[in-house]
Design a binder for this molecule. Structure first.
Ligand SMILES: Nc1ncnc2c1ncn2[C@@H]1O[C@H](COP(=O)(O)OP(=O)(O)OP(=O)(O)O)[C@@H](O)[C@H]1O
Ligand SMILES: [Mg+2]
Length: 256
C-alpha cells in the first residue's frame, strides 16, 4: 500500500500534488489548474503571482476547501483530504485553515473582538477572551476591540480579519490579494503583519498578490501561467518579481 507519509515531509503544513481543477464541462470547460505541485513548509511565507485568470484564486480556494478540486491531492498537516465529504472539509477549513479575503469579509454588526471570536463560536466553542485580546494587540488594535468594522480604516479592518484567521491557530493562513483594496501605507502595515505572523508567531502563509512589492515580503514566489507553475523565485526582491512577471506576460502572449 502507498505510504503517503513517506511522500509528504512531516514539516509540510500543506501540500498539493498534481492538483487539477476544471470549471464546467464539455465546450464550456475551463481548465483552471492543470497539475500543480506545491509544498508549504511549516513556518514559510509563499506568494502566488500570475496573470489574471492564471488560476491563483482557484488554487487558494482549493487549498481552503472552498472549491473541491477535480483531480490530485491536497494534504493538510499530513492528512490527505481527497474524497472527503463537504462536512469534513468544512470542519477542516474552520479548525485548521485561516482565510483572508481582499474585501475583508468582516460581519458589519459585530465589533472587532466579536469578529475575531467568530470562528470559535461557529465551531461551537466559547471564545477565549484572552486569546482574542492578545490577537487584537498583536495586530496593533488593542484599543479598537469594541469598534464596528465601519468605524475602522480598510487597513485596520484587514488586520482584524487577519486576527480572526489566526484565532484557531491554523496550519496555514490563506490570503487572496489581502492588500488589493488598501492604500500603500495600509498595505505595508498588513504585509509587515503577515511577515510577523510567520517570523514571530511561527505560522505558515500563502498569499495571492498582483503586487511585486507585496510578493517581496514572502520567502518564495510561485508564478502561475495557465494553471501551471511557470517559475519560482526564492528570496524575492520587488524588482526581480516585476522582471519575472514581465517575462511571464511574454510567455502568455506567445501562446495566444
Ligand atoms: N466559478 C467559475 N466558473 C467558471 N470558470 C471560472 C470560475 N471561477 C474562475 N473561472 C475561470 O478559471 C480561470 C482561473 O480563474 P481564477 O479566478 O483562479 O484566476 P486568478 O488568477 O485568480 O485571476 P485574477 O488575477 O483575475 O483574480 C479563469 O479562466 C476564470 O475565468
Ligand atoms: Mg483571483
Amino acid at each position: 500500500m502507498l505510504d503517503t507519509r513517506s511522500e509528504t515531509p512531516r514539516a509540510a503544513a500543506l501540500s498539493m500534488h498534481a492538483l487539477t481543477h476544471v470549471y464546467g464541462a464539455g465546450d464550456r470547460a475551463v481548465h483552471a489548474l492543470r497539475g500543480i505541485d506545491l509544498t508549504l513548509a511549516a513556518g514559510s511565507f509563499t506568494a502566488v503571482m500570475g496573470p489574471s485568470g492564471s488560476g491563483k484564486s482557484t488554487l487558494l480556494n482549493c487549498a481552503a476547501g472552498l472549491e473541491n478540486p477535480t483531480g490530485g491531492r491536497i494534504v493538510v498537516e499530513g492528512r490527505d483530504t481527497a474524497g472527503w465529504s463537504e462536512h469534513k472539509r468544512t470542519v477542516l477549513r474552520r479548525e485548521r485553515l485561516g482565510i483572508v479575503f481582499q474585501g475583508f469579509h468582516l460581519v458589519p454588526y459585530l465589533t472587532a473582538a466579536q469578529n475575531v471570536a467568530l470562528p470559535s463560536r461557529l465551531a461551537g466553542r466559547r471564545p477565549d477572551r484572552r486569546r482574542v485580546a492578545e490577537l487584537l494587540a498583536a495586530v496593533g488594535l488593542a484599543d479598537r476591540a469594541g469598534h464596528l468594522p465601519a468605524e475602522l480604516s480598510g487597513g485596520q479592518q484587514q488586520r482584524v480579519a487577519i486576527a480572526r484567521a489566526l484565532v484557531t491557530a491554523p496550519a496555514v493562513v490563506l490570503a487572496d490579494e489581502p492588500t488589493g483594496a488598501l492604500d500603500t501605507a495600509g498595505a505595508r502595515h498588513v504585509l509587515e503583519l503577515l511577515r510577523g505572523v510567520v517570523d514571530r508567531m511561527g505560522h505558515t502563509v500563502l498569499m495571492v498578490t498582483h503586487d511585486p512589492t507585496a510578493a517581496a515580503f514572502a520567502d518564495e514566489v510561485v508564478f502561475l501561467v495557465d494553471g501551471r507553475v511557470a517559475g519560482r523565485l526564492y528570496g524575492p526582491t520587488a524588482d526581480a518579481v516585476a522582471g519575472q512577471m514581465a517575462h511571464l506576460d511574454d510567455l502568455v502572449g506567445a501562446r495566444r
